[in-house]
Each structure stands twice: as structure tokens, then as C-alpha cells.
Ligand binder design. Structure first.
Ligand SMILES: C[S@@+](CC[C@H](N)C(=O)[O-])C[C@H]1O[C@@H](n2cnc3c(N)ncnc32)[C@H](O)[C@@H]1O
Length: 187
């Protein structure tokens, strides 16, 4: 008989290490992203991209708790997107979509997104200019980019963001930063 089960995507070593870290954080009750979500302030009815979603640590709570929200989880790892889909299905969520990023531009329509979350991801992105340009493209003119650059030096992050010419800083809480699109911000 033919085996018709769909094979699970193979996860990279880096992704597996990240999963282990999140499992430990969850056990220690450090994994709940409440404070980050308060600051990112996703609003009811918004289209929100969790760029570099990993296993959906942030995607799923927002999809669950923000009424009318549409969550688009983007990652370069098929295994991450699979994990997000499985969690969404377990929670009975029908407002979670996954998009595999293979190259820019990502398969998300221009000017369709209210909020992009870029959490603990920027340091691992190779083409930072390409990423920022794509985020600027998918965001509405009133859109926001909420970023926690993880391990990366904050001054270097700001250099990249300002070099893009697309965003200005609207607010900051230590390492967490909220950017708006250049034409909407105060210069
Ligand atoms: C440390 S994890 C963070 C996961 C999640 N944002 C969180 O805070 O729980 C970084 C994730 O970014 C993904 N990633 C790396 N480069 C990327 C890129 N250019 N575009 C989208 N995702 C990327 C990795 O595969 C990984 O899942």
C-alpha cells in the first residue's frame, strides 16, 4: 500500500535550537509575550504580519485575542510555518495565514498591512536592505513596524533602518522600537 502521509518539513539546526530555547522559556513562564504585545498594540480588525514568526509564539496569541485580526506568519523555515498552522488548527483559528519567504518581494500585496512585527529576527536576516524595502512595500501609508532586534546592536539596527529612508522612529522602550512610515512620521 502507498504511504499517503505528508512528510513533515525538515527543520534546520538553527531552528531546532530556537525551539529548544522557547520550550525552556515556556517552562519557566518567560515565553508569554504580554509586554511586547501591549507595546506593539495590535488593533481589532488589523492585518498583522509576524515576520520571522518562528513557531508562532506571538502569532497565535494575537490571532486568538485581537478580534477581527488577520495574521500573516512569514518565515524562511517551512517547519516554522507548519508549526504555526498546527497551533492555529488546534486553537480553531481561521484568521492565520502562512507565507514562505524564498526571495523578495514576499507574496503579500503592496499596501495591505497595518502592522509588521519583527521580533528577535533582524540579526539573522542576510539581506537587511531587501527586507526593510519589502516591509515598507507591504505596509499601508499609516502602517507601523514594531521591532525587537534581539541580539543585534541597537545603533547598527537604527543605521540600517535610517539608511532605508523608509521609516522614522515613533517610540522606543529599551530595545523595542516602533517605527512609522517616513511620510507619516515626524522628521
Ligand atoms: C529567533 S526566531 C524568532 C521567532 C519569533 N519572532 C519570536 O520572537 O518568537 C527568528 C526567526 O526568523 C526566521 N528568519 C530568518 N531570516 C528570515 C527572513 N529573512 N525572513 C523571514 N524570517 C526569517 C528564522 O527562521 C526564525 O524562525
Amino acid at each position: 500500500m502507498r504511504d499517503l502521509t505528508v512528510p513533515k518539513p525538515t527543520a534546520s539546526r538553527l531552528y531546532r535550537a530556537m525551539l529548544l530555547q522557547y520550550r525552556v522559556q515556556e517552562r519557566l513562564h518567560l515565553g508569554v509575550p504580554g509586554r511586547q504585545l501591549e507595546r506593539a498594540a495590535p488593533q481589532p480588525g488589523e492585518t498583522i504580519v509576524d515576520w520571522g514568526c518562528g513557531p508562532g509564539r506571538v502569532t497565535i496569541p494575537i490571532a486568538k485575542h485581537v478580534p477581527g485580526s488577520k495574521l500573516v506568519a512569514v518565515d524562511v523555515e517551512k517547519a516554522a510555518l507548519q508549526a504555526v498552522r498546527e497551533k492555529a488548527a488546534r486553537e480553531g483559528l481561521d484568521n492565520v495565514y502562512t507565507v514562505l519567504l524564498q526571495s523578495h518581494p514576499v507574496a503579500i500585496p503592496t499596501g495591505s498591512v497595518d502592522l509588521v512585527l519583527l521580533l528577535d529576527t533582524f540579526h539573522s536576516v542576510k539581506d537587511k536592505a531587501g527586507l526593510l524595502s519589502d516591509i515598507g512595500r507591504v505596509l499601508k501609508s499609516t502602517g507601523r513596524l514594531f521591532m525587537d532586534p534581539g541580539h543585534m546592536d541597537q545603533a547598527k539596527v537604527l543605521d540600517h533602518v535610517y539608511d532605508s529612508g523608509l521609516f522614522c522612529l515613533a517610540d522606543a522602550w529599551g530595545r523595542e522600537m516602533l517605527f512609522v512610515k517616513e511620510e507619516e512620521g515626524t522628521v
